[in-house]
Design a protein around this ligand. Structure first.
Ligand code: FAD
Length: 471
């Protein structure tokens, strides 16, 4: 009887899981392993994402048990655990789906080598992105640094079709090992999400049936529930990008009138691949600015303002709404992510790495490629970033994308009674309007911690000093 060990990482699903599929096809017995990794250099999972992970592993263990595969969960160094488990099981082979961060790749390569020297075959498979990062290249054979041509190339490629889930019979029901402990994280997150492979597939189907048609026009409005909210499912691989791609194309086939809307959605999905492209080709994108000149920027040390930003107490309603949505739900709407990140890095001139770190800890979809790449994009140091002089004004953005203030009213209830005209700028409301609605600035709601006009100019000066306008 031959045994294979499948090392699961960001691929907590049965279907379109090439490592699991191949191992199940080639071996009589398959054991799955998840390691809560403590290897040097790897980024520890943030708190909100750990909550999701725990739920997702519970879910996966049940699905695997139904096809007779046990899931072991261990905590420690993969470098030690993997070879020891493989030896203990007398496994002929270990299979995993690839990951793309430089340190993860180096670790995986070491483990592969170690297994091979012990006579255990090690196989890595593509499963996490639409196309492997090194296969999307410019005419000169180089990585892309601009999204539009990247997308043009990607959409013309043959995206591999998803593989089916392996089949098997339940042997016994199992529980997830105690080696992985549920983190202490606000139980309230559970009210906002359904977790696991089945939930991810349902979410996709529901999104295509009910929301995709309104996606291109509505996706920038944070109070409208038209985006897919698939990001945490993608983060943990409960659904693969390839499954989304092919399901979406089948949907287009059945509903040709919605092709344009679906295409817009797929172009956003392609930004995820573009982030992984950057993660793969660049040096430590969570720390190192992708445009070298940004290394010289003098960020401000402003712990009190950083704290006000983190806790949604900046006095700028849409920024506070976003930061509170994040804290309550582990998620924030994309438009508001851009506004909150811009406020921190431009108006407060606080280092993007501080904001990235906070998001990393609070987002259920905190993703090693999307989070740093997006932060660098907003800060201006990223690839294909907005030019440095494009600084969002959060008040006018709020007036444009949260016209009647529904989003602010939901997350900043102390402002809920303000008229639409002042909901995005209570600091401009006349005393009478404030007192009528019970708003006392500096008491029930903060005064703005930054003057938007002055801080905009300060950022422009700081960026111009860098020669940021040379590019
Ligand atoms: C400062 C900042 C930090 C971010 N951090 C993360 C993060 O940690 N994890 C994360 O998945 N996304 C991140 N994003 C990108 C984006 O905000 C989220 O992917 C999106 O809001 C998720 O909601 P959705 O699934 O409803 O998106 P939809 O609009 O339905 O898009 C579908 C999928 O496409 C991908 N996608 C969409 N927009 C983007 C984008 N701009 N960049 C990259 N991929 C995209 C995501 O995988 C998303 O789930 C960040 C954006 C900003 C500005």
């Amino acid at each position: 009887m031959s045994t294979a060990l499948v090392w699961l990482r960001n691929d907590l699903r049965l279907a379109d899981n090439p490592a699991l599929f191949t191992a199940s096809k080639q071996h009589d017995r398959v054991v799955a392993l998840y390691v809560d990794e403590a290897d040097d250099g790897l980024r520890p999972t943030g708190a909100a994402a750990r909550w999701w992970l725990h739920e997702s592993l519970e879910n996966l263990a049940r699905s695997l048990a139904e096809i007779g595969i046990a899931l072991k969960v261990e905590a420690g160094k993969s470098r030690d655990i993997l070879p020891a488990e493989a030896r203990g099981l007398e496994a002929a082979a270990v299979h995993w789906n690839r990951r793309y961060g430089p340190k993860e790749r180096a670790l995986d390569a070491d483990i592969k080598e170690d297994l091979r020297t012990q006579g255990i075959a090690a196989h890595s498979h593509p499963g996490n992105v639409l196309a492997e990062p090194w296969t999307v290249e410019t005419g000169q054979g180089r990585p892309y640094s601009v999204f539009t041509p990247f997308w043009k190339t990607l959409r013309g490629m043959d995206i591999e079709h998803p593989s089916p889930a392996p089949k098997g019979k339940a042997k016994r029901s199992i529980k997830v090992d105690n080696g992985y402990k549920q983190p202490h994280w606000a139980g309230k997150l559970g009210q906002h999400w359904s977790i696991g492979e089945g939930a991810a597939q349902e979410r996709l189907a529901e999104f295509l049936d009910e929301s995709v048609a309104g996606y291109p026009e509505g996706r920038d409005f944070p109070a409208r529930p038209v985006t897919s909210r698939l990001s945490p499912h993608l983060r943990f691989g409960e659904i693969s990008a390839r499954q989304i791609w092919h399901t979406a194309h089948a949907f287009i086939h059945a509903h040709p009138g919605k092709a344009g809307a679906v295409d817009k959605f797929l172009s956003e999905l392609a930004w995820r691949d573009f982030s992984y492209h950057q993660l793969y080709h660049r040096d430590d994108i969570a720390r190192v600015p992708m445009q070298a000149k940004f290394k010289g920027l003098h960020w401000r040390h402003a712990p009190a303002q950083l704290r006000a930003w983190q806790t949604g107490m900046t006095g700028i309603p849409i920024v506070d709404a976003g930061m509170r949505e994040l804290w309550e739900t582990g998620y924030m709407h994309n438009r508001v992510r851009m506004l909150t990140a811009s406020f921190l890095t431009k108006n407060l001139l606080v280092d993007w790495r501080q904001g990235e770190h906070w998001f990393w800890d609070c987002l259920v979809d905190a993703d090693e490629a999307n989070n740093p790449a997006s932060w660098q994009w907003v800060a201006g140091s990223g690839l294909d970033a907005a030019p440095y002089f494009r600084i969002f004004n959060p008040v006018t953005q709020g007036e444009r994308f949260d016209v009647t203030g529904d989003y602010v009213r939901r997350w900043v209830p102390e402002l809920a009674s303000l008229p639409d005209k002042f909901i995005q700028k209570p600091f401009e409301a006349p005393a009478e309007a404030l007192s009528k609605t019970g708003v006392k600035l500096g008491d029930t709601y903060p005064e703005p911690i930054a003057d938007l006009k002055q801080t905009r100019q300060r950022a422009l000066d700081a960026f111009a000093d860098l020669g940021a306008n040379d590019s």
